[in-house]
Design a protein around this ligand. Structure first.
Ligand SMILES: CCCCCCCCCCCCCC(=O)SCCNC(=O)CCNC(=O)[C@H](O)C(C)(C)COP(=O)(O)OP(=O)(O)OC[C@H]1O[C@@H](n2cnc3c(N)ncnc32)[C@H](O)[C@@H]1OP(=O)(O)O
Length: 446
């Protein structure tokens, strides 16, 4: 009896034939031009495991029955609404799955197929990390569909959306633009309607794959119309490693709830944090005047209000996901690139990414929205820059703003950076929040 992964694999086989023959032509060309056959993995052509990144989106489209043309999207959505009756009434009526059922391996043949390199290449002859964020997001969704796949059904009634990027830890700074990349991942924890997926990215260089990053995403299953939560299959651990992953998933959930309770948007800072904010304030007082409002910037510092970069995106249908909302990976790419530009301007040199954490997808972004992005350097220490990107949609008719996402990025540069100094109470809270994220990242790296 084929499992979910095999079914998914067989469905893409047809597509792969065409893609493989094109890719093999390119590979032959590459051997002659020989820029870097050290970056071409030997197993790329073997077996049936080589699902390509470029096929993942097509596969997702098939799984939910998404339209390929925007003009048909209303009809596709109506058809999907009729799948509601196929939703399980409870988790106990759904078959138990193991990590193996959702294990997925996807290739990005940057070494073997030069035609795709341009999309991924940045000016510094490295790989655009924003593109990798898009691929990770699509892969996380595919992993969740493999976990919840019901072979009796033609389409999945579930709408699986990204709720949170819990963590992305970089294990290597350099991503080569001409070496094959492999993504692997599986479900590691499930709740009632949420799923944690862990993914790993490695790159083939000098004859072996070596790790580049580890990522943990939390996805939420919704009904076909993406209106209410929907149950997902239970997960059974089948060995000590899977047991440990599951326990960590539980711990992650508890940690997230505690962090959310202690959010500075809800409760006052701790005693240590209050002392820190007050000493920052005292440092900026003008010693020549006896005034609380006369403030002077300390040496080698920048006011926080001068460490912002803003952007705007008009959300066109081209960036839609399979549920006709804006694709989470696109939002991550745009936020990352703005945050990177801000760190670059602030640090005065090219920053490299250390970690991404706690990217929260609070509300879906509708097609046609005016999306305002605002990035702020909110904390610095030594060679590190902590950046927060906040996105909101503006309704031009009501002039109402609604927050849709918050992103946190930690960058490192090659020289010591100035301190950022908050002036207002709100900025002081941003500073403390940035410091909390930075300390958490550094604890994870230790
Ligand atoms: C068509 C052609 C296009 C082709 C291109 C295709 C590209 C490929 C595209 C592929 C697609 C790419 C994908 C995309 O592009 S998805 C697009 C990006 N993501 C979004 O738009 C999501 C926006 N956010 C929301 O809609 C809501 O906030 C959600 C639905 C997330 C939660 O809403 P709400 O709060 O009302 O939910 P609930 O109270 O009913 O709880 C439900 C469950 O959720 C758990 N939970 C909630 N929040 C969090 C959190 N922060 N951390 C951890 N867990 C969280 C909660 O514990 C509970 O779990 P459990 O206790 O039941 O287990």
């Amino acid at each position: 009896m084929p499992n979910a992964k095999q079914l998914i694999q067989s469905a893409v086989d047809g597509l792969l034939v065409a893609v493989r023959s094109a890719a093999s032509l390119s590979r032959r060309a590459l051997c002659i031009s020989s820029t870097s056959h050290q970056g071409r993995a030997p197993d790329m052509n073997d077996g049936n495991r080589d699902l390509l990144v470029s096929n993942v989106r097509n596969r997702l489209r098939e799984i939910v029955g998404a339209s390929t043309n925007w003009s048909d999207h209303q009809q596709a959505m109506t058809e999907r609404a009729s799948l509601s009756s196929q939703l399980a009434k409870g988790q106990d009526e759904m078959p138990v799955r193991t990590a193996k059922d959702s294990y997925t391996e996807v290739h990005l043949p940057l070494g073997s197929d030069p035609t795709i390199r341009e999309k991924y290449l940045n000016f510094h002859n490295s790989v655009r990390f924003g593109r990798i964020l898009e691929d990770l997001d699509s892969l996380a969704v595919l992993i969740c569909y493999s976990h919840t796949w019901n072979k009796e059904l033609k389409r999945s009634p579930l709408s699986i959306v990204t709720a949170l990027v819990d963590k992305i830890d970089m294990r290597k700074n350099i991503i080569y633009p001409d070496c094959d990349i492999k993504f692997t991942g599986n479900v590691t924890w499930v709740g009632k309607t949420s799923i944690e997926a862990k993914m790993h990215m490695s790159q083939y260089h000098n004859g072996a794959y070596s790790p580049v990053l580890d990522a943990t995403f939390v996805m939420v299953a919704r009904d076909p119309e993406n209106k209410r939560a929907a149950f997902v299959n239970p997960l059974k651990a089948t060995g000590p490693k899977e047991e440990e992953d599951f326990q960590n998933g539980e711990l992650n959930k508890t940690r997230r709830m505690e962090l959310s309770k202690a959010s500075l948007l809800k409760v006052a800072p701790t005693a240590d944090e209050r002392t820190l904010v007050h000493s920052l304030f005292l440092n900026t007082l003008d010693t020549k005047t006896v005034s609380f409002s006369s403030r002077v910037l300390p040496p080698n510092s920048v006011w926080m209000e001068n460490a912002k970069v803003k952007g705007l995106e008009i959300c066109h249908p081209q960036e839609r996901n399979i549920f006709n909302r804006i694709f989470g990976g696109f939002l991550m790419r745009k936020a990352y690139e703005l945050g990177w530009a801000n760190a670059c301007a602030f640090g005065g040199c090219r920053p490299s990414l250390v970690a991404v954490d706690d990217i929260l997808f609070q509300k879906p972004v509708e097609i046609g929205s005016l999306l305002m992005l605002s990035s702020q350097v909110c904390y610095t220490e030594g060679w590190y820059i902590q950046v927060r990107v906040h996105t909101e949609v503006l309704d031009p008719l009501t002039r109402q703003h609604n927050t849709t996402n918050v992103f946190h990025f930690t960058f490192r540069v090659d020289n010591e950076v100035p301190a950022v100094v908050p002036r207002s109470y709100g900025e002081s809270m941003l500073y403390l929040d940035g410091k909390r994220h930075f300390d958490e990242t550094m604890r994870g790296q230790a």
